[in-house]
Design a protein around this ligand. Structure first.
Ligand code: GLY
Length: 353
């Protein structure tokens, strides 16, 4: 297994990336883009890093459906047609869909070729691009087929975020909030003082969130223990995201659903005597201030609960949560009763955003 390298925050001259590329000067390179990152990010990357001008460009549609075995077959074929070897380099330029897909293709091609991530969304910068989770969807199950295979490095260039709509920033910021809540009280203090969530103010906060994720993954790459704490907000949040995909004409974004999940799961943390009511209210107040509500029909409890039971993080037929022991400290593998989950959903449903 390759090792977990620090995340590089690059500035306009991309020195860190150029240094890495020196190791690949006599190797083939391919940049995986989607239709959006081809349009908004590729030119910028090539302008700053002309060393990549000869790289092959593989493009996929900018949609979740691109995370499929069919697209993998196509990408493996194109790598083969272009005589790529395992020591050549695949560069993922995009959000989480691209790093999941490209990472998986790299993990499996000739038993593992080198790859790097250049995440272009806030969500990918603070979460998906770090920690080597790769995979594709299969038969309507998200990330069912995949592996943990680490990139050689991750390069974060904030200018890519300037073309993103505000909702994309808010979505990524959901994972930043989570980082503070599970691992860093000081970060949470900084976050809760923000009047507005806009990229101009975020550089240091994003660095802190990336460092938290790196530290956690370093100590538990295969999610046997502390990496599970990264799932705070995700058991209920993922169920709400799945519900929104089937029931809302314009489905929510991942981090927006996780923000709703964090309201419910901090409620459960309070009701199980882990955090105080004031802590819960502080978390809820911040999310209500900055996010739009994602609502659901109270008659649809069963479909939300069904999704939670099917969560691949469950090892038995129980509801398994990562919760907050206190702000800045999370616990994992906590069994929660169905009644309390329902109560937290009713609580969310009744909040006026
Ligand atoms: N996105 C959670 C993890 O990487 O473990």
């Amino acid at each position: 297994m390759n090792s977990l390298n620090p995340v590089a925050f690059v500035d306009q001259d991309f020195t860190e990336l150029k240094t890495l590329l020196e190791n690949y000067h006599d190797k083939k390179q391919v940049i995986l883009v989607d239709t959006n990152t081809k349009k908004y990010c590729l030119t910028l990357l090539l302008e700053h890093v002309p060393e990549l001008n000869h790289a092959e460009i593989f493009q996929v549609a900018a949609e979740e459906n691109s995370k499929s075995m069919e697209i993998c077959f196509d990408l493996w074929k194109r790598l083969t047609d272009n005589n790529f070897n395992r020591n050549d380099l695949l560069i993922n330029l995009g959000g989480g869909m691209i790093s999941d897909l490209g990472g998986f293709v790299a993990a499996t091609y000739k038993r593992g070729m080198d790859y790097i991530n250049i995440p272009t969304s806030l969500l990918a910068q603070v979460d998906a691009s770090i920690g080597g989770k790769t995979g594709v969807n299969f038969h309507h199950f998200k990330n069912l087929i995949g592996s943990i295979y680490l990139p050689k490095s991750v390069f974060i260039f904030n200018d890519f975020l300037t073309t993103l709509p505000k909702r994309q920033i808010l979505s990524g910021f959901g994972e930043v909030i989570k980082s503070g809540l599970i691992a860093d009280k000081e970060l949470w203090k900084e976050i809760k003082q923000l009047d507005e969530i806009s990229i101009g103010q975020l550089t240091d906060i994003v660095k802190d969130a990336c460092q938290i994720k790196l530290d956690i993954v370093k100590s538990d790459l295969h999610e046997k223990s502390i990496r599970k704490t990264l799932n705070f907000g995700h058991t209920i949040g993922h169920a709400i995201e799945t519900y929104s995909m089937s029931n809302h004409p314009s489905p929510c974004f991942h981090g927006e659903a996780i923000a709703m999940g964090m309201i419910c799961e901090s409620y459960i943390s309070w009701k199980t005597n882990k955090i105080t009511q004031e802590d819960h209210q502080e978390i809820e107040g911040f999310i209500v201030k900055h996010y739009a509500k994602i609502d659901f029909d109270l008659n649809d409890f069963s479909s939300l609960l069904e999704t939670m039971k099917k969560d691949k993080k469950n090892i038995s037929n129980e509801y398994n949560f990562s919760l907050l022991d206190e702000i800045g400290l999370a616990c994992f593998d906590v069994k929660v009763e169905e009644e309390l989950i329902k109560e937290s959903l009713v609580h969310l449903h009744n909040i006026n955003f």
